[in-house]
Design a protein around this ligand. Structure first.
Ligand SMILES: NC(=O)c1ccc[n+]([C@@H]2O[C@H](COP(=O)([O-])OP(=O)(O)OC[C@H]3O[C@@H](n4cnc5c(N)ncnc54)[C@H](O)[C@@H]3O)[C@@H](O)[C@H]2O)c1
Ligand SMILES: O=C(O)C(=O)C[C@@H](O)[C@H](O)[C@H](O)COP(=O)(O)O
Ligand SMILES: [Zn+2]
Length: 355
C-alpha cells in the first residue's frame, strides 16, 4: 500500500492508495474513527455498485450508517441538494462526534465535503474517491464547493478529510468518457510537476493505457498536489497553479450547461490559455505542442465555440484567483515551471486576443 502524508498546520492526514483496498475500507476507517454514526453520501450511479458493500463493512466495524444518495452529475452541486442532505443529518440526530463519508466522484466529494464542514460548524470527513478526477485531484487538498447556476464553485470551504482511501479498481466501472475526462487533470498535473511525469503522459494514448498505469498516474498526481497544498493550503499564492486551464475551463463548463464534463472543459482551457501565452512569448511553442499532443491523443477536446458566448468574459470576472481588478492567469514556462500572470480586467480582451 502507498501511504502519503499530508502535513498541514492544523492537521495531518494520510492518503492510502492500493488496488483491492475496497475490501478493507471498514477496517481502514475503524483505525482512524471510533464507533459513531456515519452519513455515507454517494450518487445514483456509484451507489448501486458500491454502497451496500461499504455499508456492510461499516456495520461490521461497529458504525451506524445513514445512506444518502443524490442524483449523479454536476447539478447535485447545489444549495438545494446541500440543504436536503443537511436536513437528513439533523433528522437522524447526527452530532459533532459523528462523520461524513464521500463515496463517489468529484461531485460527491465536493458536496459531501461541504456538508461535513457546515453541519454543526464542522464534523469529521473521509473521502473515498471512485472516479479518476476524484482519485487524482478532488479528494486531496480540502476544497469543497457547490455552484450557483451562473458561477462555478462559488460557495465552498477548505475542509481537510481525516483520511483518503483510493482503490484504482473502482475505475474499472467508470465510463470511458469519465475516465478520459479525469485524465485531463492528470495531464495538467504532469506539466506542472516534472519531466518524468510529463514523459509518462506522453506515452498514454488510450483509455486502456490510463487503466494500465492508473496506480502510477494517481500516485504522481496526488504526491505533487499534496506538496503544493502543504505549502499553501488556502491558495494565497502557489496553490493557484493547480488551477491551470480552469479560468477559461470553468467559463466554458458553465456555458456548456452540462454538455461538457469538468475535465473536458479544463482540457479546452489549458489549450486556449497556452495558445495565448505562446502568442505573448511566455510559453515555448514546443511545450505547447507537447501539451496539445497529450490532449489530442487521448481524445479530449481542444477548442469550442463557447468562448464566443455572450457571458464568457463575465464568467472570467468571477474567478476566485482574481484580485482588485486583476485576473491571475496560470501559464507554464517549462515543464515543472508554472507561473501566475496578472492581467488587469481592462486589458483582458486585448490580452486574450482571438481565442
Ligand atoms: N475539490 C477539488 O479539488 C476538485 C478537483 C477536481 C475536480 N473537482 C470537481 O469535481 C467534479 C468533477 O468530478 P468527476 O469528474 O468525478 O465528476 P462526477 O462526480 O460527476 O463523476 C463522473 C461520473 O462518473 C460516475 N462515477 C464515479 N465513479 C464511478 C465508478 N467507480 N463507476 C461508475 N461510475 C462512476 C458518477 O456517478 C458520474 O456520473 C466537478 O464538479 C469539479 O469541479 C473538484
Ligand atoms: O485543488 C485545487 O486547488 C484546484 O484548483 C484543483 C482543481 O482541479 C479543481 O477543479 C478545483 O475545484 C478548482 O477550484 P476553484 O476554486 O478554481 O473553483
Ligand atoms: Zn479541476
Amino acid at each position: 500500500m502507498i501511504d502519503i502524508e499530508v502535513k498541514l498546520p492544523e492537521k495531518t492526514y494520510h492518503i492510502h492508495l492500493a488496488k483491492g483496498l475496497r475490501a478493507q475500507l471498514g477496517t481502514s476507517i475503524s483505525r482512524v474513527w471510533h464507533p459513531r454514526q456515519i452519513a455515507l453520501i454517494s450518487d445514483d450511479h456509484v451507489a448501486p455498485l458500491y454502497m451496500a458493500e461499504l455499508h456492510a463493512q461499516l456495520l461490521a466495524a461497529g458504525f451506524t450508517v445513514l445512506d444518502i444518495v443524490v442524483p449523479a452529475g454536476e447539478t447535485s452541486k447545489s444549495l438545494t441538494t446541500l440543504e436536503q442532505i443537511i436536513t437528513r443529518l439533523a433528522a437522524a440526530g447526527m452530532t459533532r462526534q459523528d462523520g461524513v463519508i464521500a463515496l463517489g466522484g468529484g461531485v460527491v466529494g465536493d458536496l459531501a465535503g461541504l456538508v461535513a464542514s457546515l453541519y454543526m460548524r464542522g464534523i469529521a470527513l473521509i473521502q473515498i474517491p471512485t472516479s479518476l478526477t476524484a482519485q487524482v485531484d478532488a479528494s486531496v487538498g480540502g476544497k469543497t464547493a457547490v455552484n450557483l447556476q451562473t458561477v462555478k464553485n462559488i460557495i465552498g470551504t477548505f475542509k481537510q478529510p481525516d483520511l483518503v482511501l483510493i482503490d484504482p479498481d473502482f475505475l474499472t466501472t467508470l465510463s470511458q468518457r469519465d475516465l478520459v475526462e479525469g485524465y485531463a487533470e492528470v495531464i495538467k498535473t504532469s506539466i506542472l510537476a516534472d519531466t518524468t511525469f510529463f514523459a509518462l503522459t506522453g506515452k498514454i494514448t488510450s483509455p486502456a493505457d490510463i487503466l494500465g498505469h492508473a496506480e502510477e498516474l494517481i500516485e504522481r498526481s496526488i504526491r505533487y498536489k499534496a506538496t503544493v497544498v502543504m505549502q499553501d493550503e488556502h491558495e494565497g499564492g502557489l496553490r493557484k497553479v493547480l488551477n491551470f486551464g480552469h479560468t477559461i475551463g470553468h467559463a466554458v463548463e458553465l456555458e456548456a450547461h452540462g454538455a461538457l464534463r469538468h475535465g473536458e472543459a479544463v482540457a479546452i482551457g489549458m489549450v486556449t490559455i497556452s495558445r495565448v501565452f505562446v502568442r505573448h512569448q511566455q510559453m515555448p511553442v514546443a511545450l505547447f505542442e507537447a501539451l496539445l499532443k497529450r490532449i489530442e491523443q487521448i481524445g479530449l477536446p481542444t477548442s469550442t465555440d463557447l468562448v464566443a458566448a455572450p457571458d464568457f468574459m463575465a464568467h472570467l470576472q468571477n474567478d476566485k484567483k482574481n484580485q482588485q481588478g486583476t485576473l491571475n492567469l496560470i501559464g507554464v514556462a517549462a515543464v515543472g515551471q508554472p507561473f501566475i500572470y496578472p492581467v488587469p480586467f481592462v486589458k483582458l480582451t486585448d490580452f486574450l486576443g482571438d481565442i
